[in-house]
Write a new protein. Sequence first.
Length: 94
Amino acid sequence: MINLAELGRVFIVCGKTDMHRGIDSLAYIVKKSFHLDPFSGCFLFCGSRKDRFKALYWDGQGFWLLYKRLENGSTLGQTMKTKCESCPMSKSCA
C-alpha cells in the first residue's frame, strides 16, 4: 500500500506523454530526458487528454504504476511545456 506521507518529492512531467507507456519506458524518460533518478520520488505524467494521468512511484521494493481518469473536469487548465517540475506535497502545483 502506498503511504502518502512517505511520497517525498512529487514531480509533474509537463508535456504530452504517450499513455501506452509502461514502467520501464516512463522510468527511462525520467532518467534520460530530465536527468532525475526514477527511484527518488513520485512522477506524474499527463497525456494529450487533460483528464488522465499516470504516476510512477518507487516504494523501496518495486515500482507502482497508477492510472487516474477524472470524471469531472481536468487535471490542468493551462498549456503545458516539456519540462519536469518539483512540487512539494504541502502546496498546490497549479
